[in-house]
Each structure stands twice: as structure tokens, then as C-alpha cells.
Design a protein around this ligand. Structure first.
Ligand code: NAD
Length: 484
């Protein structure tokens, strides 16, 4: 059995460049989702730790970190990206054992984290203001300045990717960060903080306080000295975060859930589409905000696609994370209970296919059989609600208008894809789909660190990733000089 490759004590918080026990003295269990066994303890940070982290961040801004040039910040991010790559095996193992994702997926997440460090390292000194033509006798220009202390609340499904995109952009623009990782997934956040210190990031520029959402998370959102909040997680918590942000009048970026549609037309190349259609639903055991959980198919090819999808899903292999199969366990017993509850709503005729769970899976693991559902109307809760497990629904449509009506007919709008050989149709639908990202004859563009990402409707607002994120992590100052 693999042991956790820990080179730091995970039961500590990382504040002001040093590791220490949480002030409340309590710890939380780290449970391996593949087996149900406790494999470590993490700190249960509380309001007092968050306040200390904000103190440290403020000190960093008025100290060495605040004095650095953009090029120096970029250089540190490059070094951090290198360290992530040098520690790739350890980081991937930590993530796979902590959240249950197949090792291959954890390795992809490490590469994405390194790419975020590289991308934002390179972008740090490329963000510029404008000069604005104005009245005679004036010179007017804008400055892009950091908010100051930024708060980052991260979920458990893609910790490294979400930390990379949010902390990477915030550090590149000169903010000092307080990160509250999800209680189910703190190990790589802590490892990242240690690597950041090794890369030369000044004390206090990045502080990590693990803890419960209702304690450390709520304390971070309530802290008036935090001047920007970046939240990724559920709609219910996102609403609370937005209310807390309103109390302090701070901007907030919300990356919430989705029920993203994949539209398959009769002229689509089904051989090419099939692996994408399936992977978009089962990647990370379906615990992906941008999961392609609704497959909408033209009625003429419904039965053909249903057969192909059923064959592919029935052939999926499920195993513990470190065995590196197609699908690992869900992150927690709680998440498994949620997904089981959804599956219990399906009648037998609505279950088109289900991958068999192999015998011999560890009893305490949170395994769910990947499932394809059909024969349900677009307004059925199984076709409307985010399940966050390896469950997809197949829904027929009659024409483009019908496809758009169904695709846009949920409260979400995160991503969408169109599979069709007709270029005109691709362009029409890309405009009509309500989503933050639209993929034409692909899905997800392999993660696309460079591509702005975010939702509309209940999927949230604001954009992270790509150059766009740098605008969100800065505030614009206009300077008007009158010189006659
Ligand atoms: P969650 O909202 O329960 O938790 C997310 C984070 O918020 C955790 O760090 C948690 O500790 C913290 N939190 C919980 N209560 C809080 C509170 N009262 N105040 C402040 N922070 C609090 O979500 P989850 O179950 O961990 O994640 C699953 C959800 O996240 C899904 O709905 C999924 O779609 C969404 N998600 C979205 C994206 C995206 O980029 N759009 C990415 C990943 C996950």
C-alpha cells in the first residue's frame, strides 16, 4: 500500500511564512475515499487563525512583497512552477489519496498547476493601464493595482487546478492571499504553500488556513480587511459568500455548479465524439463543475448514440485511486449518499446503462457505478439538478430551436458543446447557448489554462483563468493630471 508522501506536518496552518498549530488546537481527519481509512490529520483553523493570516497578509503588502516589481513576482511564480514539476509525483499521490481521483487525473492536475504558475508568471509584467485622450491641458492614464488582501475559498474536486488559477492570478497582480481549502482536500494546498516558500515567495504573501466551511470559511468571508473574495463551490454556499461580500462591499468571483449540455447533431462524427461525450461525464467521477452531464441528441440518431454510449459506459473500469482506472471513488460518504439519492429517483426503464462495480473493492470506499439515464423529460429533476457523480442523462431533440430550448432550460450556464459538421450551425449555436464557454467538436479544450472560465445564471459570475482573471484581481485607478 502506498504511504502518503508528506514532507510537512499537515496538522498545522501556514501563516506568515511559518507552520504552527491552529490556535483552537483541534484537528480534523483526512479520510482516504478509496478505503475509508483515516490517513492523516489536518488543522481545524478558526476565526482567530484567519485573523492572524490577514495580519500576515497585510504585513506582506507593506513589506517585501508589496515592494516587489511585477517582473520579480513573475520570476517567483516561474520558480514555483518548476518546483511543482519537480515534486509532481508526490503532489499527484497526495491528491489521489486525499480525494480519490485516479492517479492519472491527479497527474493532469499537477501539470495544470504548473502551467498556471508559468502562465501567470509570464503575465505578471504584461498587465498595463491605458492613456486616455482627454481635454487640452490634461494627461490621463489608468493604473491597475492589487486589491490588497484577497480571500480564496476552494472546493475539493480540483484543488490544485483551482488554487493555481486563483492564487496564480492574485499573486501575479501583487495581492496577498489567504487560502481556505476544502476540509476534504487540504494536503496539496499545504504542499503548495511549502513550495511557494521554497520558491522565495515573501512571508505572508500566501497563507493557508484549513478548517470547516462554517468556521474558517465563514470567518474569511466576514473579515472586512479582505478586499476581494474568490469562491468556487456549491450554489448554496456561493449565495452565503455573496451576502457576506455585500456586507463588506467587496467584489466576489463565484464559480458555482452546472448541468452542462453536449449537443449532438445527426451530421456529427460520432466516432470522434464518443470518447469526449463519455469522458465529460465520468472524469473525476463526475465531480466536475463543468461536467457534460446532459447529452442532447438529434432524434434521428438517438438510438444509435444510446447504444454506443451504453457500450462505452458498461466497459468502464472502477478502482481505488492509486490503481488508476477510468473512475475512482467519490470524495466522501456524504457525496456518495447524495448521488445514491439521485439514482434512487430513476425508474428501472430510465437506467439505460450502468458499469458494473467489480468485486473486491475496499468496503469503506465511496464507489458509484457510472450510469446513463434516459426516457425522462428535460424538466425532470435528474435532468435539471447537478448530481456531481458519474451520471449522465440522454435527451432527444427535434431541431436546432428545440436543442437550444432544452440546452438553455436549466438555471445553470457554465459550459456547452456542439457536435456537428455544419459550420454555420456551430456559429449560430455558439451565439445562442447560455454558457461561459462553448466547445465546438471538442469538450473542455484539455483544461485550457489560457481560456477565461466562469458561468452565467446559477453557475456564478466573474471570470477566472486566462489573462481575463488579471482584471478581476486588480482595481483600476484613473489619474488625471492637469498641466495646462
Ligand atoms: P461547498 O460549497 O460545500 O464547499 C466549497 C468550499 O466552501 C469549501 O472550502 C468549504 O469549506 C467552504 N464553505 C462551506 N461553507 C462555507 C461558508 N458558510 N462560508 C464560507 N465558506 C464555506 O461545495 P463542495 O461540496 O465542496 O463542492 C461541490 C460544489 O462546488 C458543486 O456544486 C460544484 O459544481 C461546485 N464547483 C464549482 C466549480 C467551478 O469552477 N464552477 C469547481 C468545482 C466545484
Amino acid at each position: 500500500m502506498t504511504s502518503l508522501p508528506l514532507w510537512f506536518d499537515p496538522a498545522r496552518v501556514f501563516i506568515g511564512g511559518t507552520w504552527r498549530a491552529p490556535l483552537g488546537g483541534d484537528t480534523l481527519a483526512v479520510v482516504d475515499p478509496s478505503t475509508g481509512a483515516e490517513i492523516a490529520r489536518i488543522a481545524r483553523g478558526t476565526q482567530a487563525d484567519i485573523a492572524a493570516a490577514v495580519d500576515a497578509a497585510e504585513a506582506a503588502l507593506s513589506g517585501a512583497w508589496g515592494a516587489m516589481t511585477a517582473a520579480e513576482r513573475g520570476r517567483i511564480l516561474f520558480r514555483l512552477g518548476d518546483l511543482v514539476l519537480q515534486n509532481a509525483d508526490a503532489l499527484a499521490t497526495l491528491e489521489a489519496m486525499d480525494v480519490g481521483k485516479p492517479l492519472r487525473q491527479a497527474q493532469n492536475d499537477v501539470m495544470a498547476l504548473a502551467r498556471y504558475c508559468e502562465f501567470y508568471g509570464g503575465a505578471a509584467d504584461k498587465l498595463t493601464g491605458d492613456t486616455i485622450p482627454f481635454q487640452q491641458g490634461f494627461t490621463v492614464y489608468t493604473l491597475r493595482e492589487p486589491h490588497g488582501v484577497t480571500g480564496h475559498i476552494v472546493p475539493w474536486n480540483y484543488p490544485m487546478q483551482i488554487i493555481g488559477r486563483s492564487i496564480g492570478a492574485a499573486l501575479a497582480t501583487g495581492n496577498a492571499c489567504v487560502l481556505k481549502p476544502a476540509e476534504e482536500a487540504c494536503l496539496t494546498a499545504l504542499a503548495f504553500a511549502d513550495l511557494a516558500a521554497q520558491a522565495g515567495l515573501p512571508s505572508g504573501a500566501l497563507n493557508v488556513v484549513p478548517g470547516l466551511g462554517a468556521e474558517a470559511g465563514a470567518a474569511l468571508t466576514a473579515e472586512p480587511r479582505v478586499r476581494h473574495l474568490s469562491f468556487t463551490g456549491s450554489v448554496a454556499t456561493g449565495k452565503r459568500v455573496q451576502v457576506a461580500a455585500a456586507d463588506n462591499i467587496v467584489p466576489v468571483t463565484l464559480e458555482l455548479g452546472g448541468k452542462s449540455p453536449q449537443l449532438v447533431f445527426a451530421d456529427a462524427d460520432l466516432d470522434k465524439a464518443l470518447p469526449f461525450l463519455v469522458n465529460a461525464g465520468i472524469q473525476n467521477a463526475g465531480q466536475t463543475c463543468s461536467a457534460g452531464s446532459r447529452i442532447l441528441v438529434h432524434r434521428d440518431i438517438h438510438d444509435d448514440l444510446a447504444d454506443r454510449l451504453s457500450d462505452a459506459i458498461s466497459a468502464l473500469k472502477i478502482a481505488p485511486a492509486m490503481d488508476n482506472a477510468d473512475v475512482g471513488p467519490l470524495v466522501s460518504a456524504r457525496q456518495k449518499a447524495i448521488v445514491d439519492g439521485f439514482l434512487a429517483m430513476a425508474t428501472p426503464d430510465q437506467i439505460l446503462a450502468q458499469a458494473p462495480l467489480p468485486g473486491g473493492l475496499p468496503k469503506g470506499g465511496n464507489y458509484i457505478a457510472p450510469t446513463l439515464l434516459g426516457h425522462l423529460t428535460p424538466d425532470h429533476p435528474l435532468a435539471q439538478d447537478e448530481i456531481f457523480g458519474p451520471v449522465q442523462v440522454l435527451i432527444p431533440f427535434d431541431d436546432e430551436d428545440d436543442a437550444i430550448r432544452i440546452a438553455n432550460g436549466t438555471r445553470y450556464g457554465l459550459v456547452a458543446s456542439v457536435w456537428s459538421a455544419d459550420g454555420g450551425r456551430q456559429m449560430r449555436l455558439a451565439k445562442r447557448l447560455q454558457a461561459g464557454q462553448v466547445f465546438l467538436n471538442n469538450y473542455g479544450a484539455a483544461g485550457g489554462v489560457e481560456l477565461p472560465f466562469g458561468g452565467v445564471g446559477h453557475s456564478g459570475h466573474g471570470r477566472e483563468k486566462g489573462f481575463e482573471a488579471l482584471y478581476a484581481f486588480t482595481t483600476l485607478k484613473t489619474v488625471a493630471a492637469h498641466h495646462g
